[in-house]
Design a protein around this ligand. Structure first.
Ligand code: FAD
Length: 431
């Protein structure tokens, strides 16, 4: 039997997970080719002091900051089949996650299959027709190495694992050009010290906005945390004041907020999230729409219905990322090896559209359609049931939800807690 050839775009956690499962199915798949534009694995977790562009002019990928500690405990953050070192505390500095991913690579013999410093530039479907046979899609993948040499190869399928925390989303605020201080997005934030003693307006109070505000407060910055949500009622350092959304920058450089107040500041930091961006894909050709916060239609949040041998891994938001990748990858491979039979493309498209329609009717904003949150558990269970692999243990959900509760109440110190798993269904606090 001919082994299928798979291209994996990106050697972050999602791409490594894809490679690990492909390598374990030697009867169906040839070893994958993992294309990685940087010189290391890890993606987000590969900390880089540089901001802006690399020497070769490509934009810096990772948005990691120097003192980041994980916002999930290692007990649920891990790939379910690959625990972290049990000696480590639950909430880890980013270096430990990078070490973990490097160990994952070693133990699953992934390193030799990664082509470093190689950017995928174009992924194009080529439909092969033969008389009396069903049309078959293959994929033409064009990549370029560090010296700019291009290479085009054919694959049976492509896993898009290029991440979606690299392309800053910066909402338009009229008059920003009048601002006299430093304007930056959290993508370019590395550490707090340069802001010591300064007045900083942080826009957005989601994970990064809140974490960075707390870091800034610790070095004595005065922070105005400007956001549209309800006032946070959790204890915050005295240096952080909350404020309504910024609506304009006035001609004198002061920032005007929705409630009519104005403030002068030394820095304006956008913690306003990221856009999806796939410069190597022709979305229209794939029947997809790629917008700032939405890629659609994707069957099971993975496949364009017309091309179900292209898989986006890890595109959903507010999920437990590594366990989610673990389920998506196994489902995708079950589709490719024929153990999952898909509905017709028209049926898949209709299912996706009706699910999205139903979400919109429930009041979900278009920009939030890829947020899974509560839905993630049923989603992963469905993938496991359909493809016949072991579902996530129930403790992943119960500990994940406990930590979210703790984060909301104690954003400054929930990371002091340590947990231990007790079997598949229970966790306990460790002193
Ligand atoms: P990435 O890690 O972004 O990897 C994508 C890879 O693709 C990169 O190596 C990139 O170089 C490569 N690539 C991109 N384009 C190309 C191309 N054209 N050709 C070749 N290679 C390409 N998750 C948690 O579970 N816990 C946390 O505590 C947590 N904290 C986070 C904090 C921050 C600041 C951020 C930004 C994210 C955090 N996340 C956290 C989410 C995190 O992004 C995921 O856990 C996970 O690392 C995403 O992996 P990925 O492989 O999808 O993407």
């Amino acid at each position: 039997m001919l082994l299928q050839r798979v291209a994996v775009v990106g050697a972050g956690a999602a791409g490594l997970c894809a490679a690990r499962h492909i390598l374990s199915r030697v009867n169906s798949f040839a070893p994958p080719v993992v294309f990685e534009l940087t010189d290391n694995i890890g993606g987000t977790w590969c900390y880089d002091e540089r901001v802006g562009t690399y020497d070769n002019g490509r934009p810096v990928h990772s948005s990691m900051y120097r003192d980041l500690r994980t916002n999930l405990p290692k007990e649920v953050m891990m790939f379910p089949d690959f625990p972290f070192d049990p000696q480590l505390s639950s909430f880890l500095p980013h270096q430990e996650v990078q070490r973990y991913l490097e160990k994952y690579c070693h133990e699953h013999h992934i390193w030799p299959h990664v082509r470093f410093n190689t950017a995928v530039e174009n992924v194009r479907p080529v439909v092969l027709s033969a008389e009396g046979e069903k049309d078959r899609t293959t994929w033409e993948v064009t990549s370029s190495d560090s010296s700019g040499r291009q290479k085009t190869e054919m694959f049976d399928s492509v896993f898009v694992c290029s991440g979606h925390y690299s392309e800053p989303h910066i909402p338009h605020i009229p008059g920003t050009e009048h601002f006299k201080g430093r304007v930056l997005h959290s993508h370019a934030y590395r550490c707090a010290e340069p802001f010591s003693g300064q007045v900083v307006v942080v826009l957005g109070a989601k994970a990064s906005g809140l974490d960075i505000s707390i870091e800034l407060a610790k070095v004595g910055a005065q922070v105005t945390l400007s956001h549209a949500g309800p006032l946070l009622t959790c204890p915050l350092p005295a240096e952080i004041q909350q404020c309504s959304p910024a609506v304009a920058v006035e001609e004198d450089g002061r920032i005007l907020f929705q409630d009519g107040s104005v403030a002068a500041a030394d820095a304006l930091m956008f913690c306003t999230g990221y856009n999806f961006r796939y410069p190597f894909l022709d979305a229209a050709q794939l029947g997809l729409q790629v917008q700032d916060h939405l890629v659609s239609p994707l069957y099971h949040y993975m496949m364009p219905p017309a091309f179900p041998s292209l898989f986006f891994i890890g595109i959903c938001k507010i999920i437990c990322p590594f366990p989610n990748f673990h389920c998506q990858v196994q489902f995708a491979l079950a589709v490719l090896d024929g153990s999952v039979a898909l509905p017709s493309p028209a049926r898949m498209e209709e299912e996706v559209r009706s699910e999205l329609r139903e979400k919109v009717e429930r009041g979900v904003q278009r920009r939030h359609l890829l947020i899974l949150e509560q839905q993630q558990w049923e989603y992963c269970r469905t993938l496991a049931r359909t493809a016949g692999f072991t579902p996530l243990p129930p403790v992943v959900r119960s500990l994940y939800e406990e930590v979210w509760r703790q984060r909301r109440v104690h954003p400054e110190n929930y990371r002091r807690l340590n947990y231990r798993l007790v079997g598949d269904a229970r966790w306990e606090l460790v002193d």
